[in-house]
Design a protein around this ligand. Structure first.
Ligand code: B12
Ligand code: SF4
Length: 539
């Protein structure tokens, strides 16, 4: 079969595509686990953000796929549906399969005529079986994890059990299947590698538990090293370990660091995410090993610095520890200190705008980020499908925005008891830009060439919406915020194609639209936005 796998172009505020364009690890893993005779192409559309429609059209004409697979997060839902409807307009017979977090956790919204298959949960084995059976024209009713269209209804097969990754059930990702290039973190070619899957915690905002239950599975370390070697041989100079929670097993993490050093892979910049408590507890041995292995950024799931908020987010346990004879204490500062002492940079993951948050509680978190983290990754609580927090939000009623394309974590879509959503977002936006500017010094030291070439555009991106008047305080910051939000809305129009929900009935025969669709106005490529803002700043 000829198979085309696509990840969506949508990116969000903390990952400006000018500086960060990461591959989607799911697609190469799916490709690597298909039977080898299939011809498979992987295209990460974040690499073609300003020409999505043209790129999809070209890929369809070049690869002439029998099956197209899309990987979709919730905030990418609208774009994915538009892309599907566009693909259908050029090749009506191609079969369409969707997978990833949104189709897995909100399958209802994917059961419509343009979609043939929904793969729920882990995808490799289900997808392999689907391709096999389609090719052999065998029935699909025995394929766990698969929902598929039968006439006008969807048949819903039972879930597939979690893969035994420790037993070698899964083959290595197939990076050779990628057909677009340009992956980068601040000018260094970046790749993603998995060392484990799953997490045993149950933070209320996290999708992982509903996706796969509470469990932790380790890939064998020799396989992980082969995977790193493959990414490195293909030019990666930065690698993001996309494990849900690598810090669940610290001794193994330390072995991994040692193995990286032994194999001489420590010329790579590694990025990893984890909880604060393991770093606080084991930092004295773990942090120096990480430093020697080449780790550079650690994404810390701090979530919040106030105990009441941590309780709401169910993130207390992972952020605290208790020594014998002592009261349980928060470990955030200990973790940050030990990482900093060993030259590691902290990306501070915080969530502000929780249902009981006041102006003061948000300010306390923002001030903490300003003082202690290197790069702020501050988000608002977002009701992703199937999470315990979403259920609570639906019961308590604070959700004010159902436009899932804005569920990127940076748009406040719920209010607190004391503040409306827009005010919450404004407070974060106002504080965060300056924290990002401060980090430029560190970036210049590590990647001077990149900053020299792109520094102005990076600043322009961070300050979208601002003018000299607002910078000098001659204009209310809320004006700049209003412009920033308008720019964001336009940026989200990644493909000029109508939403299938509204357009399908009229699109019989599927005629391309003459004008740009959408509430947000015409598509403005990001590059143009940068130039406009540059121009604005020049004035
Ligand atoms: C690494 C990661 C990132 C990275 C890299 C993203 C990338 N380029 O892939 C970064 C840091 C950039 C990131 C950012 C964001 N992320 Co993120 N991220 C993750 C994380 C930790 C791991 C994802 C991963 O690579 N897993 C390894 C691969 C192999 O597994 P997988 O993606 O689950 O794919 C499997 C199945 O889903 C399925 N599958 C996936 N796609 C497809 C497609 C087809 C056709 C098929 C058949 C099957 C299939 O099969 C795959 C193999 O088994 C997950 C959390 C988690 N615990 O998984 C969150 C997660 C995916 N992110 C999430 C979100 C919301 C975001 C952000 C919007 C905001 C945020 N919270 O940070 C941004 C936006 C990113 C952007 N595009 O700009 C949510 C998604 C929730 C949802 N319902 O949409 C998750 C689940 C975290 C959470 N909050 O619960 N993220
Ligand atoms: S510790 Fe991380 S991966 Fe685990 S449930 Fe909490 S947020 Fe999700």
């Amino acid at each position: 079969m000829r198979i085309l796998l696509l990840s969506m172009p949508d990116s969000f505020e903390h990952m400006p595509s000018l500086a960060i364009r990461m591959p989607n690890g799911a697609l190469t893993s799916l490709a690597g686990n298909l039977d080898p005779h299939h011809e498979v192409a992987v295209a990460d559309l974040v690499l073609a953000q300003s020409a999505v429609r043209e790129t999809v059209e070209r890929l369809i004409h070049t690869h002439v796929p029998d099956l197209v697979g899309l990987s979709v997060m919730t905030f990418q839902r609208r774009t994915a549906k538009r892309i599907i409807s566009f693909i259908r307009s050029i090749v009506p017979t191609t079969q369409i399969v969707v997978g990833g977090y949104d189709p897995s956790l909100a399958p209802d919204v994917w059961m419509y005529p343009d979609v043939d298959f929904i793969i729920r949960g882990e995808g490799e084995l289900t997808f392999r079986e689907l391709a096999r059976r389609l090719e052999r024209k065998e029935p699909l009713s025995e394929v766990p994890g698969l929902w598929y269209r039968e006439g006008t209804a969807f048949r819903q097969n039972p879930n597939r059990p979690i893969a035994k990754v420790e037993d070698g059930d899964l083959g290595l990702p197939k990076r050779a299947a990628r057909v677009l290039s340009g992956y980068t973190v601040l000018g260094r070619q970046v790749d993603v590698v998995e060392t484990s899957r799953g997490c045993t915690f149950d933070c209320s905002f996290c999708s992982i538990i509903e996706m796969r239950g509470r469990n932790f599975h380790r890939f064998p370390l020799p396989r992980v090293l082969d995977d790193i070697a493959d990414a490195r041989a293909r030019g990666a100079r930065a690698i993001f370990f996309v494990d849900d929670n690598i810090t669940i097993d610290v001794p193994r993490f330390e072995q991994l660091c040692q193995a990286i050093i032994n194999r001489g892979f420590n010329d790579i910049d590694f990025i990893v995410q984890g909880m604060t408590a393991p770093f606080a507890t084991h930092g004295a041995t773990l942090a120096p090993l990480m430093q020697a292995a080449g780790f550079r950024y650690v994404f810390l799931g701090i979530e919040n610095v106030l105990e009441d908020d941590l309780a709401f987010l169910k993130a207390r346990a992972k952020n605290s520890r208790q020594s014998p004879g002592e009261a349980r204490r928060n470990t955030t500062m200990e973790a940050i200190d030990v990482l900093h002492r060993h030259g590691l940079l902290v990306v501070g993951g915080l969530i502000v705008g929780n249902p009981d948050d006041t102006r003061e509680s948000i300010a306390a978190n923002l001030e903490f980020a300003r003082r202690h983290v290197d790069w702020p990754y501050i988000q608002h609580p977002t009701p992703y499908p199937g999470t315990p927090m979403t259920r609570e939000f639906r019961d308590r009623g604070p959700i004010i925005n159902e436009r899932t394309e804005e569920y990127d974590g940076m748009t406040a879509v719920s209010r607190s008891a004391h503040l409306d959503a827009e005010e919450i977002e404004f407070l974060r936006w106002k504080a965060e830009r300056w924290m990002k500017v401060r980090h430029m010094k560190t970036v210049v030291r590590h990647d001077p060439g990149f900053v020299l070439r792109h520094g102005r555009r990076m600043l322009a991106h961070t300050f979208r919406g601002s003018t000299w008047r607002s910078a000098l305080g001659l204009e209310n910051a809320r004006e700049a915020f209003r412009r920033y939000r308008a720019i964001r809305r336009r940026e989200r129009e990644y493909i000029d194609w109508p939403d299938p929900s509204t357009a399908l009935p009229a699109a019989v025969g599927r005629v391309p639209p003459e004008t740009t669709a959408s509430e947000g106005g015409p598509v403005i490529p990001l590059t143009k936005v940068f130039v406009d803002i540059d121009e604005l700043i020049r004035q």
